[in-house]
Ligand binder design. Structure first.
Ligand SMILES: *Cc1c(COP(=O)(O)O)cnc(C)c1O
Length: 394
């Protein structure tokens, strides 16, 4: 049986999968079983934040695995406590952290904190959560319902939990708030929805308003967090202080981990929430190594240089191929080119893979770029050379 046949026979076919068999990765370069190299501008969807085969990350994982991989959360876990401290320090917020295993699960935790806040802090229970159209918050039944895209609310999985409503833009949040609204949940840059950032000023204005009304602001930083936009959190870049922040993708450099950070440290009590795997030795040791590496990149100015360099290249492409692309979108190393049609978007992705360049699609006909944060200039140059080869014939 070929690998493709094996996959199709035994793995549930929930993805439109490509069958290139990668066997090794170095930095932002992947190698298939025939030794062909691919430039990786996707990082496993913003997960491989420090690149493939990163020495410091892999040795931290190996060293930890040799000692302890897991004990239950009924025991104190040293790297978990240290990672929480590190995240809180880097964020600059006075918060506490709960560890989960994925973005969706982190958002579930955030919604639970908000719901309990709404139940315990007011005379009349508040429970409604407002989210934005074009958002993406995960694949569990609750986070699918929190996702502001009609196509996700298919009757296949109904009934969904109550208490979620959607608005087209931040300007529409104000009127949507009623006396049962407990929180607003949003991404500062909508990733899956088309790499679309919100305006800093409108976010700051909303944050101030929500604070005044005692409505919680939950920022889903599952994709934007861990230096993706150039700061540790996009919330830092926007200079706001949310009530709750969720993280996942880039935090473990590929080891599954999710996290909820909140300044409402006393809402959840023992027994209110939990996770068997969440924050175990392996994932939090990985998280610590990732933050060591990336905070150094940040402090040395290299991260800033890298994102400017990437941005410059992408802008060049947007101008040169304005026949295909409407504009360049995004922030930091979370970038996109808005294609003029879904057909162009599809062709660009298909051709890119033929040129051995891995990029992603996103909503609003966007071609999405999420390179590792440690990508080199040489890899960026090579990637854009392949990108040009992919688009110049279209
Ligand atoms: C990817 C993503 C999620 C879901 O994360 P999983 O780890 O797949 O559960 C949630 N929110 C945002 C903004 C994401 O980009």
């Amino acid at each position: 049986m070929t690998l493709e046949e094996l996959d199709k026979k035994y793995v549930l076919q929930t993805y439109a999968r490509d069958y290139t068999n990668f066997v090794k990765g170095v930095g932002a370069t992947l190698y298939d079983e025939d030794g062909n190299n691919y430039i990786d501008f996707a990082s496993g969807i913003a997960v491989n934040s420090v690149g493939h085969g990163n020495e410091r990350l892999t040795s931290a994982i190996c060293e930890q695995a040799k000692k302890i991989i897991h004990v239950s959360n009924l025991q104190v876990i040293e790297p978990q406590a240290k990672l929480a401290e590190r995240m809180v320090t880097l964020s600059g917020y006075d918060m506490g952290v709960f560890f989960a295993n994925s973005g969706a699960e982190a958002n579930e935790g955030a919604i639970k904190i908000a719901r309990k806040y709404g139940e315990t802090q007011f005379d009349k229970k508040r429970y409604k959560v407002i989210t934005l159209e074009h958002s993406f918050h995960g694949r569990t039944i609750t986070t699918v319902k929190a996702t502001g895209q009609e196509s996700f609310h298919t009757p296949h999985f109904s009934p969904y939990p109550d208490g979620f409503g959607y608005v087209p833009s931040i300007a529409d949040v104000y009127d949507a708030i009623d006396d049962e609204t407990v929180a607003v949940l949003l991404e500062l840059v909508q990733g899956e929805g088309g790499v679309q950032p919100f305006e800093k000023e409108e976010v700051q204005k909303l944050t101030a308003y929500l604070k005044e009304k005692d409505v919680l602001l939950i920022v889903d930083e599952v994709q934007t967090g861990v230096y993706r936009t150039g700061e540790f959190l996009a919330s830092n870049l926007y200079e706001i202080e949310p009530d709750i922040i969720t993280l996942a993708k880039g935090l473990g450099g590929g080891v599954p981990i999710g996290a909820v950070m909140t300044k409402h440290k006393d809402i959840l009590k023992a027994g209110d929430h939990g996770s068997t795997f969440g924050g175990n030795y392996l994932s939090t040791a990985a998280g610590l190594a990732v933050l060591d590496i990336l905070s150094e990149e940040y402090d040395s100015g290299r991260l800033h240089e890298t994102l400017l360099y990437f941005e410059g290249k992408l802008q060049e492409m947007a101008v040169k191929y304005e026949n295909l692309f409407e504009k360049e979108v995004g922030l930091g190393l979370m970038r996109g080119l808005r294609a003029k049609s879904a057909e162009i978007q599809g062709d660009v992705l298909k051709n890119a893979l033929k040129e051995r360049l891995i990029i992603l699609k996103a909503g609003r006909n966007t071609v999405r770029f999420l390179p590792s944060l440690t990508i080199t200039k040489a890899e960026i140059d090579e990637g854009f050379k392949r990108f040009e080869a992919a688009v110049s014939s279209l």
